[in-house]
Design a protein around this ligand. Sequence first.
Ligand SMILES: Cc1ncc(COP(=O)(O)O)c(C=O)c1O
Length: 387
Amino acid sequence: MKLAQSLERLGTESAFTVLAEAKKLEAKGHPMIHLGLGQPDFKTPKHVVEAAKKALDDGHHGYVMSNGIPECRQAVTRWIKKRYDADVDFERILIMPGGKPTMFFAVLLFGEKDAEIMYPNPGFPIYESVINYTGATPVPIALKEENGFAFDAESVLSQITKRTRLIIINSPANPTGGVTPKSEVDKLVIGLKDYPNVAILSDEIYSQMLYNGRKHVSLLQYPEIRDRLIVLDGWSKTYAMTGWRMGYAVWPDQMVDQVTRLCINDHSCVNAAAQYAGLAALTGPKEPVLKMVSEFDTRRKVIVSALNELKGVSCIDSAGAFYAFPNISGTGLSSSQAQDLFLDQAGVATIAGTSFGTFGEGYLRFSYANSKENILRAIERIDKILT
Ligand SMILES: Cc1ncc(COP(=O)(O)O)c(C=O)c1O
């Protein structure tokens, strides 16, 4: 059999590989603390689960519209208006099976040989993977520790060429926990006026997870780029719904038909009951989300300060999401050596910074979606190895 050559260019998400390794070790009797996978260790709020059950009881068992049930899309529109004071026609909203398909489709829409697509590095590994898959050239936006892992608008703009089709940005960010300040977003948007043919994909999946009084800056707040802006958001992280596969995206008018066609070719529609659950999440009580984010905030302080106590390790504040991204270069270990050592010898699953791109060398991602007790126990075990 001969498989398509393009598959050789497709990357992966190492968090799942590390998870499989960690599970194997666990099965052999090695106790494991999981700080690898990026998913909240909370349950989906009860009222959301109830809404899905009711939808099933009410008989919502069949296909629904490919772009999402109107009630859910309208709820997203109201939510966007309330949060960002932005008016978005609900026909521009697509309900998707998670956040990932939006990034896949956005890159498919622009990626081909001779095209350049810019993406954050270190950043979510699927961006680079899919850009490569399409045959486009991935152009990294280097995120630096000294900038709090925020992007620098000038350097993004300076890398634009005639071949640039799409710029991907992500704040709050995976894997760094970095949040880009409004001043940089403003600068980027102003600079983009000179490049009217360049589209933007803003991955805002962690839009409700910011700390220390920081406020999320959505690209939806900039009407001047609305006609070329794709916003990715969803329920996975905010409502602890990673397994439900529920995401939404805002698309420019002119791309809605093409992306809907991709949805029809790919998945037909998103599970109807899950959409009713998503609707309930947006319209129901906010307390479960606030409680979860406040717990992440407590753990964030615990993990950042504990990491800074480790020999050869330093960690800047995690401003958003639920990741700490310490600099481990003082340990003398490479990122992958540290990942393997901590997994095998300490029973702690973390992810090498290089899994998120070449600029991740010297760093390790810790997800603090685990209890305070487990976080402290994990750091204690690592401490024993490093001293
Ligand atoms: C930055 C970023 N975008 C998108 C996603 C994908 O989310 P989903 O699980 O909804 O596909 C993730 C998941 O880890 C992420 O970290």
